[in-house]
Design a protein around this ligand. Structure first.
Ligand code: FES
Length: 109
């Protein structure tokens, strides 16, 4: 792969930037993410995760199966913005994250 090849389209990160991050101590996708912003774009690494894992495997000489995926953050699936607002149709934040909370009930005491 050419060094100028864009791997993360969202953040416009190329192969050379990923290899530079690894030369500076990055060992995982999350390390590369912190150093370059790779994986932090609108697609949240759905496009660049595997190409970056392949680069890590090639650079380190490890099998691809040993290269971990990035740490996932909530929500794990697409949700409508209306589902994240209180009192709107479709629920509230608690229901999005799998908890059942009655209207007006809070955990504050
Ligand atoms: S392609 Fe990397 S975050 Fe979208």
């Amino acid at each position: 792969m050419d060094k100028s090849t864009i791997v993360c389209r969202c953040e416009e990160i190329n192969v050379d930037e990923i290899e530079t991050a690894m030369k500076n101590g990055a060992e995982t996708f999350d390390d590369i993410k912190r150093l370059t912003r790779c994986g932090m774009g609108p697609c949240q690494s759905k496009t660049c995760l595997n190409p970056v894992r392949e680069i890590i495997a090639e650079y380190t000489g490890k099998p691809l199966a040993d290269i971990r995926i990035s740490r996932m953050r909530m929500p794990l699936k697409l949700v409508r913005m209306s589902a994240l607002t209180n009192g709107s149709e479709g629920g509230n934040v608690a229901s999005v994250f799998g908890e059942s909370v009655e209207d007006g009930e809070t955990n504050d005491e």
